[in-house]
Design a binder for this molecule. Structure first.
Ligand SMILES: Cc1ncc(COP(=O)(O)O)c(C=O)c1O
Length: 385
């Protein structure tokens, strides 16, 4: 059959990890037993009470119908309480919350809601690759802004202000930043909000990592005046160990929620009610839950530091989030070379920083989503490089 894919797919390749996982599968078929330290998919289970709610609710006969596009009030109230408890942000559960089937879909929904052909979007380099794919799929044009270690992984506002911003409609930001582990600060958010207001740019903050190895979770919506100009995506994938459940949220001004819902309500028909009720339970967990999670990640991080020391990489111990981002030694051309050497010679996969943008070329990223024993095995394998 002679059928061509749409032009909107031009320049959109298969997601890097989907390709790489296929290669790893092939290597495993050859008996290699690759240790994958690439992907940020939590290996730990959700809290048992969360699984219990899913089990009990899905056993009932009346929980299987289509659900409201705006989500169950139980989940919306839980999201609002979660924002108050942890971020001290006031969010109206009826009008300022939109549950999502994972925050990744929210990135696409926002781009589809606001972008016309040729509209420009500021995206971080390095940053989560989905921002640029979603912008391109929606017909927009990506304008990268540089994040560099020299500039403490913050946008260089002077450079931004000197550029022509007349076509820029959205700006994606993500703090704690993936992949660099840069923590959010109130001052940074204030600066970004002022920038968005001055140039009439909608600030889209992606916030899935605020609870991982981070004592001060911050939401951009807790900063004064943010709702006028910013919206936030959040996720249960990382801090609730529910990546496969696909639960996230968008939070922001009621007008923005209504606008995005115009698009999203044409894409899906709500979320399975027992999943929503279990997610509400997960959002109500207390500090003990996050402490238990983080004590596991902290131990693993020590082993990852050892691994990075063997590679002679340098890294900042003040990083937060689910990965360690590290600068490679100059003997390697880029992170791809180091990653390939370790994959093909030591059967360990680590992510080359270049997949997150050109400013990541001199870096690698190691995930903390591997058990201690697995990290120890990786250490043994790479000891002699
Ligand atoms: C920065 C960032 N945003 C969003 C996501 C997507 O998360 P979710 O599972 O909620 O779709 C990820 C997942 O890796 C991520 O790293």
């Amino acid at each position: 059959m002679d059928i061509k894919v749409s032009e909107r797919l031009n320049g959109i390749g298969e997601y890097y990890f989907s390709q790489k996982l296929r290669e790893i599968e092939e290597l495993n078929k050859q008996g290699k037993k690759i240790i994958n330290l690439g992907i940020g998919s939590p290996d730990l289970p959700p809290h048992p009470d969360v699984v219990k709610v899913l089990h009990e609710e899905s056993s009932k006969p009346n929980t299987h119908a289509y659900q409201s596009y705006k989500g169950s009030p139980v989940l919306r109230n839980a999201i609002s309480s979660f924002y108050k408890t942890w971020y001290n942000a006031d969010i109206n559960p009826d009008t300022e919350v939109l549950p999502l089937i994972g925050s990744k879909e929210g990135i696409m929904h926002i781009c589809m809601t606001y972008l016309n052909n040729g509209d420009e979007v500021l995206i971080p380099n390095p940053g989560y690759p989905t921002y640029s794919s979603a912008v391109k799929l929606a017909g927009g044009t990506c304008r990268e802004y540089a994040l560099t270690g020299e500039h403490n992984w913050e946008p260089d506002f002077e450079t931004l202000e000197n550029a022509d911003l007349s076509k820029v409609k959205l700006m994606w930001i993500n703090y704690p930043e993936m992949p660099t582990g840069k923590q959010a600060t109130v001052e940074l958010f204030e600066r970004i909000i002022a920038f968005g207001k001055k140039h009439n740019i909608l600030i889209c903050h992606d916030n899935p990592y605020s609870f991982i190895l981070n004592e001060q979770p911050i939401s951009i919506l807790s900063v004064g005046g943010a709702k006028e100009v910013a919206l936030e995506l959040n996720s249960l994938s990382k801090a609730s160990n529910m990546a496969g459940w696909r639960v996230g949220m968008m939070v922001g001004a009621s007008e923005r929620i209504e606008e995005v819902l115009r698009f999203k309500s044409n894409m899906d028909s709500g979320m399975f009610l027992p999943v929503q009720l279990a997610a509400a339970k997960a959002l109500s967990l207390d500090k003990e839950w996050y402490n238990s999670l983080n004590s596991v990640y902290a131990e693993r991080r020590e082993l990852v530091y050892q691994l990075l020391n063997i590679f002679n990489c340098s890294y900042d111990r003040a990083q937060v989030g689910m990965f360690v981002w590290a600068k490679i030694p100059s003997k390697y051309k880029d992170g791809y070379e180091l990653s390939d050497e370790v994959l093909y010679n030591k059967n360990v996969f680590i992510t080359p920083g270049g997949i997150f943008g050109s400013n990541g070329n001199g870096y690698i990223r190691i995930s903390l989503c591997a058990k201690k024993e697995v990290l120890q095995e990786a250490l043994e394998r790479v000891t002699v490089l």
